[in-house]
Write a protein that binds this ligand. Structure first.
Ligand code: HEC
Ligand code: HEC
Ligand code: HEC
Ligand code: HEC
Length: 496
């Protein structure tokens, strides 16, 4: 133990010497003590060692998690959110949205009033006018039976779109869901949002927030109308009735002090008050809202280099629009919710990938699924061309079928091993059924390249340390038949 850690320490020291790290990092290390490696060294080791296995990419990837301003631009907030909502929000964000990231800045009501008047003075553009059938703007109890049926059709169409888009993998609803960990809770969104804004946002998020982490779905007009109707009407987006007020629990809990809320009516009386605009601007400067928000006339205190996004093409454009890296990771950029794509080109058959991108299928039933973004054939082509060319291991993975294709005997031997080893406790591979902890392997030969199956089975944690599959320590004699058996699970028989 002692000598081993000493050896790796030496290695790391050599490495740090080679890459020429600034002297600063040494300050944190105490050489005289027990040879316990400072975790910072290990991080550095990882950071500087791994890129050697990566390809040089043709353009620099943009990491959506590293955006300069984490809050949305505020110029047109008055088009988006109701005044009452903004007022409650600034007073205490976490009380309005359970997973809010914005801190409570401790402003009082008079300050909040001024801030809202200032923010509304920043408005740069009107929302596009969208023609809605008049009945869609009515409350449910005002609709005739006939109108209700028509509305219900639009709503149900939207419910389907919502489901396929898997909005809830990013957005929790009243605290449930949101595994990606990036979207605000939508459980009370109807108290905030303007219907036209929602349509426009879902149609083109980048118009409102160029740095957003939200995927830009390719929705049709009818998809958009459906999903707007669904979000504006479904009870999951409306605050729950607080029955505690009458019930006995209300007595047990001391009533929270009510925050004063700026009403639409009061706002309309003061919105043109230029003294308030000035006061609000001053507060916004002092509260440093510009650290997290792009605010015209104030952001200049902390300027941000403009990113050039016009003229993006191919996969770079797709990455920007769909924000693949909000969920996936490539090299050291992006999220950890979805499979790491750094070596996807050495892993996946590109024909399968092209179909999957256009119509994602369920691979891992229990954990995560990819939303349907409605990518076109051209989008998918751009993605696979890039992935095949750039996202592979430095050296080709050893091909298990070097000495020729697999034979029926090998496949049969592999099948026997699959059940002997108990792979079926986690995986189904055919009619016999099996566990659902791991992906269904029925068509794994269409999806994964044989060389990658071998790489995976040699050490399941190699590509992803989080995988729960045990390392079976399989011998060469066992690996080849298992790979042969699994690669044979293909409808398309791509060979190779
Ligand atoms: C530390 C960062 C931070 C600071 C400082 C900050 N905000 Fe925010 N703000 C956020 C984030 C992040 C969001 C997005 C919602 C969330 O919290 O998840 C947000 C959201 C908002 C929204 C809603 C925007 C929308 O499009 O829905 C308003 C309005 C707002 N902030 C106003 C302010 C004002 C006014 C100040 C200064 C008094 C301020 N913020 C200071 C981080 C910040
Ligand atoms: C990749 C994750 C992701 C997916 C998928 C996603 N969103 Fe979002 N969404 C976000 C993020 C993040 C924000 C906040 C803006 C930001 O910080 O970039 C957001 C903002 C929103 C907002 C504005 C909320 C507010 O309070 O400002 C709405 C409404 C919304 N999304 C609806 C949807 C709907 C409907 C879908 C499905 C069609 C969806 N989102 C899918 C990540 C996602
Ligand atoms: C909202 C999150 C999210 C976004 C955005 C997203 N994906 Fe995915 N993707 C997933 C999840 C989750 C899976 C795993 C699906 C499964 O196992 O059923 C996946 C699977 C994949 C796979 C198969 C990987 C494997 O190893 O099995 C590829 C390739 C892929 N996505 C590419 C992309 C590309 C390219 C984009 C952008 C155009 C993208 N994804 C955007 C969530 C996302
Ligand atoms: C304890 C459960 C478990 C057992 C036992 C298990 N696996 Fe897995 N396996 C998984 C999980 C979970 C994944 C998904 C990893 C991921 O999300 O990328 C997986 C993935 C795979 C993959 C696909 C890899 C990928 O990245 O898509 C193959 C092939 C595979 N396993 C084969 C086997 C074989 C062969 C055996 C028996 C020798 C076996 N597994 C035993 C849980 C298991």
């Amino acid at each position: 133990m002692r000598s081993r850690s000493f050896v790796s320490l030496q290695k790391i020291l050599m490495l740090t010497a080679i890459v020429g790290l600034p002297w600063m990092v040494f300050v944190n290390v105490s050489f005289g003590q027990e040879r316990k490696i400072d975790s910072m060294f290990l991080d550095l080791d990882k950071k500087y060692r791994i890129p050697e296995g990566w390809s040089i990419l043709p353009f620099e990837l943009e990491d959506p998690y590293k955006r300069v301003k984490n809050g949305p631009p505020l110029a047109n907030i008055i088009n988006k959110a109701k005044v009452e909502w903004i007022s409650r929000w600034i007073a205490n964000p976490k009380k309005v949205v359970p997973n809010a990231k914005m801190p409570n800045l401790g402003l009082d009501f008079e300050e909040i009033k001024a801030v809202i008047v200032f923010l509304s003075s920043l408005k740069e553009k009107e929302l596009p006018a969208i023609a809605w059938d008049a009945f869609l703007l009515k409350k449910e109890d005002e609709l005739s039976d006939d109108e209700y049926d028509k509305m219900d059709k639009v709503y149900n169409n939207g419910k389907g779109v919502w489901g396929r888009a898997r909005c809830t993998i990013c957005h929790p609803i009243k605290g449930v869901g949101g595994n990606v960990g990036v979207g605000p809770d939508l459980g009370e969104i109807t108290t905030k949002i303007n219907r036209n804004w929602l349509y426009d946002w879902l149609g083109n998020t980048k118009n409102h927030f160029p740095d957003t982490m939200m995927a830009q779905f390719r929705f049709t007009d009818s998809d958009l109308r459906g999903i707007v109707e669904f979000v504006m009407r479904d009870t999951q987006f409306i605050p729950e009735e607080k029955d505690e007020e009458e019930g006995s629990t209300a007595e047990a809990k001391p009533a929270e002090p009510e925050v004063q809320i700026l009403t639409e009516k009061e706002f309309n009386n003061i919105r043109k008050d230029s003294a308030l605009v000035e006061k609000g601007k001053d507060i916004v400067e002092r509260a440093r809202c510009f650290v997290c928000h792009d605010i015209k006339g104030i952001s200049e205190l902390m300027p941000v280099a403009e990113k050039k996004r016009e003229g993006l093409a191919g996969f770079e454009k797709l990455l920007y629009e769909i924000r693949c890296l909000s969920c996936h990771r490539i090299q050291n950029k992006g999220g950890a919710y979805a499979p790491n794509l750094t070596i996807a080109g050495s892993k996946i058959h590109m024909n399968w990938e092209k179909d999957f991108l256009q119509a994602p299928d369920i691979i891992r039933p229990l954990s995560q699924q990819m939303p349907k973004f409605n990518l076109t054939e051209d989008d998918a082509k751009a993605a696979i061309e890039y992935i095949e060319k750039n996202l592979h291991t430095k050296q080709p993975l050893p091909n298990p079928f070097e000495g020729g294709a697999t034979s029926a005997d090998v496949v049969a031997a592999g099948e026997k091993l699959f059940y002997e080893k108990g792979c079926n406790t986690c995986h189904a591979e055919g009619a016999k059924g099996g566990g659902v902890v791991g992906p269904n392997l029925q068509t794994v030969g269409d999806r994964l390249q044989p060389a990658y199956i071998l790489y995976h089975l040699k050490n399941p944690q190699q590509a992803n340390p989080q995988v729960v599959e045990p390392n079976f320590g399989l011998s060469e004699d066992e690996l080849k038949p298992l790979v042969g058996f699994l690669a044979d699970h293909a409808l398309k028989k791509e060979g190779k």
